[in-house]
Design a protein around this ligand. Structure first.
Ligand code: ZN
Length: 224
């Protein structure tokens, strides 16, 4: 699904992966659950590109629905892989970067609690570490934003030219708007609020979340 020029959402994959198109190749943000690689690469083909055109895979955080197909896609594309130091450490250990708090009830939380021990990705070594404030040469400048809260090393990415914010799970969206990180799945609530404020201040026009629809005309719709 085309979001705007050179920005696409891969449809039908849990935890929205996004594809950014540059002259030197494609960047994939997040990789979905395990066994999502063919769906993602089929979508790449539909853009008239090949697996080898995927040059970079950048990761918002190490939850399984974001890194599940990282190893497979790395193998199939040869792309260079990127994450924060904390999340890269979790990915290398094959363990989540934080505990899921069992307080309260939701089907999603129940699923995490019951399936948690089975929902692990194989350990994977990320190529390059990203830190807050770095500007990557993607879409004319993609700012790395530390948005710890949902997980301890969560990153968001802000396309400076087009005003598009890729917020991973630091915020979620629905038809009503943009909301904070889901409480039962949040590592640190105070930090999560801080991450929301930080992102609201970026002046994003479009918000692309890991879960929920893309929100356009995003100004004023932030949870703070
Ligand atoms: Zn997620």
């Amino acid at each position: 699904m085309k979001i705007m020029e050179n920005i696409f959402l891969v449809p039908g994959v849990v935890a929205n992966p996004f594809i950014l198109v540059d002259a030197d190749g494609l960047t994939l943000i997040d990789t979905g659950l395990p066994r999502s690689s063919h769906k993602i690469l089929d979508y790449v083909s539909s853009l008239g590109k090949s697996a080898q055109d995927v040059k970079r895979i950048i990761i918002t955080h190490s939850d399984l629905d974001h890194i599940g197909s990282l190893a497979a896609l790395h193998k199939l594309t040869g792309a260079r892989t990127y994450a924060s130091q904390v999340e890269a450490g979790a990915i290398a250990n094959g363990k989540p970067s934080r505990q899921i708090k069992p307080a309260g009830f939701s089907m999603r939380r129940l699923m995490f609690t019951l399936l948690g021990p089975f929902m692990k990705a194989k350990p994977f070594q990320v190529d390059e570490l990203l830190a807050d404030g770095q500007v990557l040469p993607i879409l004319g400048g993609l700012l790395v934003v530390d948005t710890a809260g949902h997980t301890p090393g969560h990153l968001s990415f802000f396309a400076l030219g087009s005003g598009v914010l890729f917020c991973g799970d630091s915020m979620v969206t629905d038809e009503k708007g943009i909301h904070g990180s889901r409480p039962g799945l949040t590592w640190d609530d105070a930090k999560a609020r801080e991450a929301e404020r930080k992102q609201a201040a970026l002046g994003a026009q479009v918000v692309c979340p890991g879960h929920g629809p893309v929100v356009k005309e995003a100004a004023g719709k932030f949870p703070v």
